[in-house]
Every structure is written in C-alpha cells, then in structure tokens.
Design a protein around this ligand. Structure first.
Ligand SMILES: [Mn+2]
Length: 337
C-alpha cells in the first residue's frame, strides 16, 4: 500500500437521472442517518427545486430534522417515518452507501421496488443507485444539487439557495477545508445572489452549539492520548450521561483534536452500546483516513471519515484501529506544516 491519493471519484449519469425525474410525479427524497447541515441542506434544496418544477416531493429521514437545522426552509415538512408514502421515485443525497439512508430509506426501496437516484460527494461512494450523480470534487452534496439544478437550466430560488448554502457552509467548516476552490466561491456567490443569508446559517450552525457539548469536552479532554502522530479519545455511555447529551449525538471532538500541533490523524471512539462503537476520523492534508473507514465497513472523505464497529468493546476497537491509523501516519506527509 502506498500513500498515493486516488483520483476523485466522478460518476455523473445526468441523462439517466433526468429521465427518471421526468417520468416521476410522486418523489420521496431521503438523506443519511444522524443528518448534518449538508444532509438537510442538500435534501431540502433538492426538495424545494423539484416542487418548484411541478413534482410532489416528500423529504424523509430517520428521526426527522434535528432541532438546530430547523431554520432551513420547509424543514418542518421532513418526516421521520414513511407510513403511507408510495413514491414512484426515491432520491438520496449525501449518503455513500445504501445502509446510510437508514430504516426509512431502505423500507421505501424494499416495499416498492422503486428506482433510486443517489447524489453524493464521498470518495468512498458505492454507486448504489439506478442513476448515480457522484462527484467527489464537490465540497458538499449541496454543491452537487446546485450543479444538477444549473445543468437543468432551472432558476435557483431564495429558499433553495438558503438550504444549499447551509450544506456548503457546514461541510467546509465555513470555507476552511482544503477542497475549497475558486469555483466553490463562485457557486456560493450564485446562492447569495439568489438571496441566501450567510450570517443566519453561521449563527445557527458554526457559531452556536449545545452547552452540553462544552460540558462533555471539560469532562473527557484530559484523557486524550497522543502517540506517533495519532490523537484519540474513547467516549463512554457514562460520559454522555454526565454531559447530558443524547447517546451518540454529534460531538465535534475529532475535528477539535486534529487541531493539535503534533497530530496528523485524530479519532474518537464512541460507545453506543457495549459492543457497538462509532468511530470518527480526521486527518490533516497529506494523510488519508478514508481507506481505514472503508476497510472497517464505513466510508467518507480522505480527510474526514467514519464507521461503526459491532461485536467489539471500546477497548478492543481502540486496540484494533489505532495501529491502523498509525500506519496511515507513516504513509503520509503533511503538505502545509
Ligand atoms: Mn456532505
């Protein structure tokens, strides 16, 4: 194995996707479980644009829309369950494989034999749609949705733009990630000219967080470990209880740990049940955590990825995965520091 970063995955089956959309009238849009800003932003940007072009569209995700993303236009329409829905087309956004679209998404596909378009930007995408719109060069699934809207020659409405800019902002950590290019700003300009409010998004996502997250950080950070360029933390069920956070809620800790000067790869190992462990990885440019996640049944981006390991305890997962990450440190070289 070398540290050669693979060419970005690009598979844009526009014609097949457009034909499926043109022949459908009743569409359900879905996105990945534990939805983040890009999941909800791409889901709603697409939903709004399709509705504006005469389609009946119902957005669905397991558990519904998280509270902090309720500022996204029409997010109140997002259902947490599929009862009664019988679409003639399902479109998923921001999910790299079919299990990621959760119980609701998989129930929809299983019960109807209905066709699936999947739109995504993860390098590890498994091309699981009947039509695939995957571009790993895009910074967010929301950018892929915008590309599709522009490809169709559609206007971008203010509501669609607001939803889509949310995906751009959250997936790029406010235009700070290494995949941001001049073209990213060109597309952000299109969205802001259409009326998207950047400050509204920043204040609801980047600049605010639940206080319980501060409580968790204060409780666990002294336990972090740093060896051979890898920095990591184990998070137990007890830690979440102490902080008053729902089990498994997004913590942002791997993104925080990777800011440490001596770290090239960071990880958090999150105990959901005694032998169900969620792993989250981050890397600085020049290293690759996507293949470790993929080999463990997960996926993601070169610099940010994750997986869920079942049948092992927190300690066993740490023992298995940390050496894999240390190996990735040896295979890489920092580009900027
Ligand atoms: Mn995304």
């Amino acid at each position: 194995m070398t540290n050669k970063i693979e060419a970005p995955l690009v598979r844009l089956e526009w014609d097949a996707a457009n034909e499926l959309v043109d022949n459908a009238s009743n569409i359900v849009t879905v996105t990945h479980v534990s939805p983040d800003g890009d999941a909800i932003g791409s889901l709603m940007g697409l939903t709004i644009a399709l509705r504006e072009h005469g389609k009946t569209v119902m957005p669905v995700v397991d558990g519904g829309c998280p509270d902090f993303l309720r500022f996204v236009p029409y997010s109140e329409d997002i259902r947490g369950m599929i009862d009664g829905l019988k679409p003639d087309l399902v479109i998923s956004t921001d999910a790299s494989d079919q299990p990621r679209i959760g119980k609701t998404g998989n129930q929809l596909l299983a019960s109807n034999g209905v066709p699936l378009i999947q739109l995504d930007h993860h390098q590890t995408n498994l091309l699981f749609g009947d039509a695939n719109l995957v571009d790993a060069r895009t910074v967010a699934a929301a950018e892929g949705v915008l590309d599709w809207i522009l490809e169709r020659g559609w206007e971008v409405s203010q509501n669609a733009a607001q939803a889509l800019l949310t995906g751009f902002v959250t997936d790029t950590l406010c235009f700070r990630t290494s995949n941001v290019t001049a073209s990213t700003f060109g597309k952000a300009q299109i969205l802001m000219e259409a009326g998207a409010d950047l400050t509204l998004i920043v204040q609801n996502t980047m600049a605010r967080k639940p206080t319980s997250r501060h409580r968790l950080y204060g409780h666990v950070l002294s336990r972090m470990k740093l060896e051979d360029g890898v920095i990591w933390l184990n998070l137990t069920v007890e830690d979440f209880k102490f902080a008053g956070m729902p089990l498994g809620e997004y913590t942002g800790l791997s993104g925080y740990l990777i800011e440490a000067d001596e770290a090239y790869i960071s990880a958090t190992f999150k105990e959901i049940e005694e032998t169900v462990i969620e792993c989250s990885f981050r890397a600085v440019p020049g290293f690759d955590v996507s293949r470790v996640a993929l080999s463990l049944g997960g996926g993601g981006h070169v610099l940010a990825s994750g997986c869920t390991i079942t049948g092992k305890t927190l300690e066993e997962v740490e023992e298995l995965v940390v050496p894999m990450l240390k190996k990735q440190v040896q295979l890489g070289k920092p580009i900027y520091r």
